[in-house]
Design a protein around this ligand. Structure first.
Ligand code: HPA
Length: 273
């Protein structure tokens, strides 16, 4: 960890950050939006090697809309190595860089007709259907993480306000974690719906648990790339489709995030809310 931080400090000039952003499938280009230094994960000890196309495995430390941010251009998933804690080091680094919050993004399948492909969903809560915790094996008492309001109500309110200001629909819903890498069966999608899910995906949940463990506030937005398996007879779900559709929602997401960040820097400059 010390070595990782030393490399980052050396590249960034010891810069502190306020907020972290983890980008999901097909959204990696957002990392280019920030002005700053880009450090490949491969040169950061403990960072995962992510081999999933649509991800850009670089850490960008820089400025976005006047806020000092750390943007993680790609994530590693549970399905890559079967380790739910695979994103622990990046989140620990984020905390060590001074951030108090992280915004997670992902590509997801929708279970709701009113949240179509190309749209966004603000995650209000999740179902860990996989049942795996990234804190298995952790020995400190901090492992007993309270998951009520895991998705920070204040952060959710601010993201909704930002979405509203830029005219982007941002309905709230429950995200259900399937391990992947295979997509779900139609029966699994029907089951997830009965359980109270609004979207399904293969990521994010382990990172939310880790972030709460580390005391980071969490906000998370899904970019909807398809309807869940079996919900739209005309659709053939694939990773190609995920990568092709994600940038549509990604453009909306970028607008929302920029507006949210402008609000953050504005409230700071103006003495805060
Ligand atoms: N299921 C799981 N993960 C996904 C999906 C899906 O339908 N779409 C994009 N990521």
């Amino acid at each position: 960890m010390e070595q990782t931080l030393a490399i980052i400090d050396q590249r960034s000039g010891g810069r502190r950050v306020e907020l972290g952003l983890i980008l999901g499938s097909g959204l990696g280009h957002l990392a280019e939006a920030a002005e700053g230094v880009a450090i490949p994960y491969s040169s950061l000890p403990g960072f995962p090697a992510t081999g999933v196309s649509g991800h850009v495995p670089r850490l960008v430390i820089g400025d976005l809309e006047g806020v000092s941010v750390a943007i993680f251009g790609g994530r590693a998933h549970y399905y890559e190595e079967g380790r739910a804690n695979i994103m622990r080091r990046p989140l620990e680094v984020l905390k060590a860089l001074g951030a108090d919050r992280v915004i997670l993004t992902n590509a997801a399948g929708s279970l709701r007709g009113d949240i179509p492909p190309g749209g966004l969903m603000l995650i209000e809560d999740h179902i860990n259907l996989k049942g795996r915790s990234p804190l298995i094996g952790e020995e400190s008492e901090a492992r007993f993480v309270n998951m009520v309001d895991a998705y920070d109500p204040g952060l959710r309110r601010d993201l909704k306000r930002a979405a509203n200001a830029v005219g982007v629909a941002l309905p709230e819903g429950v995200y259900c974690w399937f391990s992947g890498p295979n997509f779900e069966t139609p029966a699994e999608i029907r089951a997830a719906k009965i359980l109270g899910s609004d979207a399904v995906g293969m990521s994010t949940v382990p990172e939310v648990i880790l972030a709460r463990f580390l005391g980071l506030k969490v906000g998370a937005v899904s970019v909807i790339t398809n309807m869940g398996a079996g919900l739209d007879a005309s659709e053939v779900i694939s990773h190609e489709q995920t990568k092709a559709v994600a940038p549509q929602g990604g453009a909306r997401l970028e607008k929302v995030l920029r507006e949210y960040l402008r609000g953050l820097s504005g409230s700071r400059g103006g003495g805060g809310e």
